[in-house]
Write a protein that binds this ligand. Sequence first.
Ligand SMILES: [Zn+2]
Length: 325
Amino acid sequence: MSDGMGDEKISILTERVLSRFKGREIDPKEVSKRLKLLIYEFKVPEEEAVRTVTNYLMKEFDITREEVAESPIRTISEITRAGEWVSVKAKVMQLWDAESPNLSQVGLAGDPTGIIKFVIWAKSRKPEVKEGKSYLFKNVVTDSFRGRMQINVNRNSDIIELDEDISLPPREIELIGALVAIQQNSGFIQRCSLCNRVLKKGVCAVHGKVEGYDDLRIKGVIDDGANYYEVILNQENIKALTGIGIEEAREIASEKLDREFVLAELKKRLLGYYFKIYGSKGSRYFLVRDIEFLSADIVSEANTILSEIDGLVKTAREETAEEGI
Ligand SMILES: [Zn+2]
């Protein structure tokens, strides 16, 4: 029944079955024989034949499904349900004290999509993981504890140290501060249509005199009272704050016959005002996801709260002084 092609197919499928039983004494001929029988004699579809032979071997050698499962690699954000077998590439961020002798290690691990708690059971007998190192947590079980997901490392899991450095999610923070400066090359700018660099008088630093396209942006400095942050506001940010988008900017520029008037208008509407900004700290810039005006109400409210706190602190100090503590 079988020709050369068929034999090759059988040997590939045999390899596939055996790859899930590494370290076990299983005769490849036995596996091939069963696959051939199922596929050629009983006309069972290949996938089903593989499954059938795998199940037979599990029963024969008393192996659990978990031990032979190849768990799919998931990002942390994809882990949303308890009780699934997955593999996760993540960096160990923190190690906590393992409160129970049943636990070997407990901590937090992260990848670019999120952070998750991991639990390594003492019974799993795994080598210890270290803070700052990246690992493939292979065949781990997802679990949910008090509404938060975690991954559990058991004796069927593997922890493999990776050479690559898994990056962590950018931490988004809220910044409240005043826009104290708007830098050069802000406003109604033109960009090189080849490389998107900002043109200076129609000239790209790389491509020379080129066709440009219009854009709006602000390179600014935010002062939150403690630090200065460089921020870049894009077209959408600017339109949302001032109502001036590309079309409005073109109107202003053509009416005044000068693109610089757009920048003057933007400065009038933004410079010196307080903003609430959501985003993450990059190496140089604060990366803005969303920005809104801090309303005058909120500013005065904040001042009221601050002076109230000030008052409370003073009262507390006075009381402490009176009690002679
Ligand atoms: Zn260019």
